[in-house]
Each structure stands twice: as structure tokens, then as C-alpha cells.
Design a protein around this ligand. Structure first.
Ligand code: KAW
Ligand code: ZN
Length: 636
């Protein structure tokens, strides 16, 4: 009877019925029916959400590759429409809340759980409109900010991606660097501060509707890890002694160039001298190379000499993926991606990878320049697309990385192989590298300037945001708290006194566009774990064999490695990340800083000795005041 009754009812009524169903012999049949109904519902939601997602991603693409007022409005409309569809879907899914546990099907249960968190979409319509608008406004300020030239003040069209990054990387003129550093912040972050004031309470309200204390907690829920913040803190503690050695060494090298007036012996490093607008990766290999007479591992000059184009850089990356038996980019990728600045319009030049949610259309937007940093970024973005390709068969709810750090780690993992001197030689970007200890140290230093220097930056970024979201950093301290964290974690300071009229975190893309950052921290740890697992599969690494250290491994052309990687990627977010990780590593999945430490061990030993030899003070002490609430009346 119960079976017939259930059959006669529509799917919508099933959850209510099941809760009352007695535990009879029919239970199994009933369960099967309910299971089928749940599976059907999830299939339908997946199909609907995918279709609507395709529509909104088209408009996101249009706006981000052509910033106009019209495209902005169209995008906002589409985002609100998508939110309405998500909400409707969420309501249907919610009806299963009590019943779904009885399904005893992990795969379905996990989809239900994913679809049960709406994120910012949970805001009431009017508030969602304001919230979406404020983020768009902040991003637009960031993406369209311009700066006047230091050498020609009448030329005022300098942009971050075309001009400023290059100046930071190549100029070694203290005054020019200081000017660019300050003006970028005046013309971006400073204008964003007022909007951030509106943004914080709205973000927190959305988090609360979802059952979280604040937006920071909602962001880290993606890691499904109790004590996530403590784990991050522990990982950082493990790496801090090495970072301090690197910091002391680079400070000495910079001091030799800029003098003690600019860089004090025991103080933090001025942030404008590290070759990057945010001092997040230290592009000062020219100054810091341990053995400058040995071959330079920055292959930018060779790329230019050999006539590399942005397209060729992505093709190189595509070849690497294909060599691992992973998937090549489809034709539509090459047809529709925007791989360089089109020159005739405003675009959002921060690199990103788009999934159009239809299993066919995947694109990259990157204002690529021909240099080594952008070659690595190209691999990074291609990693996102490869992940999309590997999990495209999964339902909508699972088309995600194992955790956000996984998505960020894939391309970088491959780039660890690409960057090795041997691989660069293989692809003709280096000539006859005679590998010896000194080349090894040069190489590891270059890697450390991007991998190790980055970690405390990423940690400071989200520590700052977590403080804003949980209210422990009040608005009157926003900018000074930022500099306290930058001092504490990175040992850097601003080149000139900052105040609460400034908003320096807003001069970074991920703050202006509200993208969580801790995923990059996680990525920079786990990419070394992935690398090690792949190198073992490729027979390129042996912990017992000194001729096969981790930092020399190149997994190019290893089908075994690629297949193992593919097995993990194909899971998307259908399994907990720890389980996905163990599919690749064969060990218990966890964040493990000992692997990155092992990779850099020869350099760490070298730095320790070099700092000792030069009597360099390791660590930093305050050497002045960096930030005040209001500018003193005699300043500026
Ligand atoms: C970095 C990472 C790897 C290698 C070198 C690096 N240098 C600096 C970083 C960290 C960070 C940064 O520039 O500060 N890198 C990026 O922001 C690269 C851009 C992205 O690929 O991570 C992009 C950022 C983004 C997120 C959301 C909307 C728009 C842009 N992320 C993605 O495109 C993406 C795609 C799929 C899933 C998750 C993120
Ligand atoms: Zn990324």
C-alpha cells in the first residue's frame, strides 16, 4: 500500500511522506523510489543551474573583456537573475532536509549539502542588488585605475598590467619606485575605502543567513576542516625560520644596492623595493642572485629573442598537459580566449579562467606579456581549465576543486617541472646548462623568491580580512592593522608614512573584488606535495638517492604521473579533499609543510651559512613609525 501511495504522489510530496513512513518490509522498495526521486531532482537542478550559469558567465565574460557601462548593467541584471534561479532551486532542495539523511547515499547527500549553501545569494533581493553593485564598483575602480608617468607627468595613462608591474620589476630607482607605489594606492585603494565600508556589513549579513558567524567563517567552510585557521598557523610556524633566513639575505643584498639610509640593518624591508607592487613575490633576482656569474634562470630575454608570443606560451603549456596524457584544450578555447590585451578597450587584466558550465566552452582572460612570470601564470590559468575539463562530467554541485587550494595548485604543480633548468634546456630556453651546486642554489633562490616570499603575504591578506569580518579590526584601524600584519608576517614596511585616509589593502585585486586569498597559501603548500607524489610516479624522485632530489624533478611526458593526477582531478569536489588527495599521494590527505621544506633544504642550509658569514641579523625590529590615524599637520 505504502508503495502505491508513494508512486501516486509527486516528487514534491515525497519528503513529507517519508518522514511518516513506518519501518515495514516495504521500506527497501520505498527507499529505492525515494532514492530515484532524489537523484532525479538533483539531475534536474544540475541541468537547470548549468544552463543559467552559462548565461551569466557569458555576460561576466563580456564585461570583463570590455568594460563599458552597458556591459556592466547587463552583467548585473544577469547576476540577479541567476541569484533568483539559485534561490528557487535552493527552496526545492531544502524540502529534502529531513529526508535526505535516510537516503544513505554519500554521493547524493554531498550534492544536497553543496546546494544547501547559497552564499551571498541568500541576501534579500534589494540587498543583493546593493551588494553586487558595491563589489562591481570596487572592481571597476581597481580595473580602470591609471597613474601618471614619473618621467613625463603629462602622460597619465599608465596601467597596472601594462606599465606599473614592469616598472616595479625593472626600475632600481628608489624615488621612481616610491612614486609609483604611492600613486597606484592613491588612485585605487584609497577610492575603494568608502565602498568597503558598505560592503563589510552586507557580506556578514549574507554569511549569517547561511548560518555562519561572519563572511570569514563562511569562506573557510569550503575547506571542511575543523581548526582550519590553527592548521594554517602551524604550517606557517614550520616555515617561518626559513622565511626569516631568506628575508635577512635579501635585505642585505638590497642594502648593498640602496644603502643603509633606505634599508636599515635590523629593520623591515621597504615594500616598494621588492620588484612587485604588493611585495608578494620578490622579483629581485638581478640583485639577489647568489652566484651572478652563473647562468641566469630568468629566461625572459631568451623568450623575447626567440619571438615568443602569448599564444605560443599557452601552446607550450598545452603541450605539457598533453605530454602527461591529460586533455588538450578544445578548439573553442583557442578561438574565444583573450590571451593578450586587445589594446582598443578597457579590460579587467587580472588573469582568470572561465568555465561556461556547458562542458564545451572554457576560456582564459590574461593580458599576457612575453616574460617568464607570465609564462608561469599561463600554466597557472591552464591548470584551472584542465581541472574544468577533468570534472566536466560531474553534476553542477561537484564541479569544483577538492578545496579552493586544489584549483589554485594544479597549474603551479606542473610549473614546478617547467621551471627546472633541465626542462628549460629541453624546450630551448636555456643553452647547455652545466648543473652544479651553484646553479642549484641560484635556481632554488629564484624559486624561493616566488614561493617562500609569498606565504606570509597570503597569510597576512586573509588574516586582515578575517579581522574585519569578525570585527576585531575596527574601521578606524583598517589601514594601520594592515601594516601591523604586513610587518609581523612579512617583515616589510611602507616606503612612506601611511594613514587611515589610505586603504592599501584595496590596492590589491582580491580585496577590491572580494576573492578569498587563503586558497593560494594552501596551494603553495600542497603543490609541493602533489609534485612529490607525481615525481614518485614518474620515477624522477628518490628520497634515498641524492642525484634525484625533489627540486630537479621534471614530470614531462610521464603518463603514469598524468593518469594519477587525472584520477584525483576527476573527483572534483565529490569527495572530501583529504580523500581526493590520498588518491594521488597514497597517503593520508593533509597539509604537510615538510615537503616544501625538503624541496628547499639545500638553499635553507646555504642561506643560514651565508647570513652567519656576513653577521646578518635574522628577523626584524621596528625602525620607525609606519602608520598613524591622521597625518601629522606638517607632513605631505
Ligand atoms: C600566484 C599564483 C600562482 C602563481 C603565481 C602567482 N603570483 C601571484 C599569485 C596569487 C594570485 C595573485 O595574483 O595575487 N594569483 C591570481 O590571482 C591568479 C588569478 C586566478 O587564476 O587565481 C583567478 C583569480 C580570480 C578569481 C575569481 C574571479 C576572477 C579572478 N582565479 C580563477 O580564475 C579561478 C578559476 C577557477 C577556480 C578558482 C579560481
Ligand atoms: Zn588561480
Amino acid at each position: 500500500m505504502a508503495v502505491i501511495a508513494i508512486l501516486a504522489l509527486t516528487v514534491v510530496c515525497i519528503p513529507g511522506i517519508l518522514a511518516q513512513t513506518p519501518d515495514t518490509s516495504h521500506v527497501q522498495v520505498e527507499r529505492q523510489l525515494i532514492h530515484n526521486a532524489a537523484a532525479r531532482l538533483l539531475r534536474e537542478e544540475s541541468s537547470l543551474l548549468s544552463k543559467e550559469c552559462t548565461k551569466v558567465v557569458h555576460l561576466l565574460w563580456e564585461y570583463n573583456t570590455n568594460i563599458t557601462a552597458y556591459n556592466k548593467e547587463e552583467m548585473l541584471k544577469a547576476q540577479l537573475n541567476y541569484a533568483a534561479v539559485q534561490k528557487e532551486s535552493w527552496r526545492r532542495v531544502q524540502k529534502w532536509t529531513k529526508v535526505r539523511i535516510l537516503l544513505k547515499d554519500q554521493y547524493l547527500e554531498r550534492q544536497f549539502r553543496e546546494l544547501a549553501v547559497l552564499g551571498s545569494t541568500a541576501l534579500p533581493e534589494e540587498e543583493l542588488r546593493d551588494y553586487t553593485r558595491v563589489i562591481t564598483e570596487m572592481s571597476t575602480i581597481y580595473n580602470t585605475a591609471k597613474v601618471c608617468s614619473y618621467h613625463d607627468p603629462s602622460k597619465c595613462d599608465l596601467t597596472l598590467s601594462k606599465d606599473l608591474s614592469e616598472i616595479l620589476k625593472t626600475s632600481r630607482d628608489n624615488e621612481e619606485l616610491k612614486y609609483i607605489w604611492k600613486t597606484w594606492r592613491d588612485n585605487s585603494g584609497k577610492l575603494i575605502r568608502q565602498h568597503y565600508r558598505d560592503f563589510i556589513p552586507m557580506a556578514n549579513k549574507a554569511a549569517k543567513i547561511n548560518g555562519f558567524a561572519n563572511q570569514g567563517d563562511m569562506d573557510i567552510s569550503a575547506y571542511e576542516t575543523e581548526g582550519f585557521r590553527q592548521e594554517i598557523a602551524a604550517v606557517w610556524e614550520q616555515l617561518k625560520p626559513f622565511y626569516e633566513q631568506l628575508h635577512a639575505y635579501v635585505r642585505r643584498k638590497l642594502r648593498e644596492v640602496y644603502g643603509e639610509d633606505v634599508i636599515s640593518e635590523r629593520g623591515p624591508i621597504p615594500a616598494h623595493l621588492l620588484g612587485n607592487m604588493w611585495a608578494q613575490q620578490w622579483l629581485v633576482y638581478d640583485i639577489a642572485s647568489p652566484y651572478p656569474n652563473k647562468v641566469s634562470l630568468d629566461v625572459t630575454p631568451q623568450m623575447i629573442e626567440q619571438g615568443y608570443t602569448p599564444k605560443k606560451m599557452f601552446e607550450l603549456s598545452d603541450d605539457f598537459f598533453a605530454s602527461l596524457n591529460l586533455t588538450r584544450m578544445p578548439d573553442s578555447f583557442w578561438k574565444h580566449s583573450l590571451l593578450e590585451h586587445p589594446g582598443d578597450r578597457e579590460v579587467n587584466c587580472h588573469a582568470s579562467a572561465f568555465d561556461f558550465c556547458n562542458g564545451e566552452d572554457f576560456r582564459i582572460k590574461q593580458c599576457t606579456k612575453v616574460n617568464m612570470v607570465d609564462l608561469i601564470t599561463a600554466h597557472h590559468e591552464m591548470g584551472h581549465i584542465q581541472y574544468y575539463l577533468q570534472y566536466k562530467h560531474l553534476p553542477y554541485a561537484f564541479r569544483n576543486g577538492g578545496n579552493p587550494g586544489f584549483h589554485e595548485a594544479l597549474g603551479d604543480t606542473l610549473a614546478l617541472s617547467v621551471s627546472t633548468p633541465k626542462h628549460l634546456e629541453k624546450i630551448g630556453l636555456l643553452k647547455e646548462v652545466q648543473e652544479d651546486y651553484e646553479v642549484d642554489i641560484n635556481f632554488l633562490l629564484q624559486m624561493a623568491l616566488s614561493k617562500i616570499a609569498f606565504l606570509p603575504f597570503a597569510y597576512a591578506m586573509d588574516s586582515w580580512r578575517w579581522g574585519l569580518f569578525d570585527g576585531s579590526i575596527p574601521e578606524k584601524d583598517w589601514n594601520c592593522a594592515w601594516w601591523d600584519l604586513r610587518y609581523e608576517f612579512q617583515g616589510i614596511k611602507p616606503p612612506l608614512l601611511r594613514t587611515e585616509d589610505d586603504f592599501d589593502p584595496g590596492a590589491k585585486y582580491h580585496v577590491a573584488s572580494n576573492r578569498a586569498y587563503i586558497g593560494y597559501f594552501v596551494s603553495f603548500i600542497i603543490q609541493f606535495q602533489f609534485h612529490k607524489a607525481l615525481c614518485l610516479k614518474a620515477g624522477q624522485y628518490d628520497s634515498e638517492d641524492p642525484s634525484k632530489p625533489l627540486h630537479k624533478c621534471d614530470i614531462y611526458e610521464s603518463v603514469e604521473a598524468g593518469n594519477a593526477l587525472g584520477d584525483m582531478l576527476q573527483l572534483g569536489s565529490s569527495k572530501h579533499w583529504k580523500e581526493a588527495m590520498s588518491v594521488l599521494t597514497g597517503e593520508e590527505g593533509k597539509m604537510d609543510a615538510s615537503v616544501i621544506r625538503e624541496y628547499f633544504k639545500p638553499l635553507e642550509d646555504w642561506l643560514r651559512e651565508d647570513n652567519l658569514k656576513h653577521g646578518e641579523f635574522v628577523g626584524w625590529r621596528p625602525d620607525g613609525q609606519y602608520c598613524v590615524y591622521k597625518a601629522p599637520s606638517n607632513s605631505q
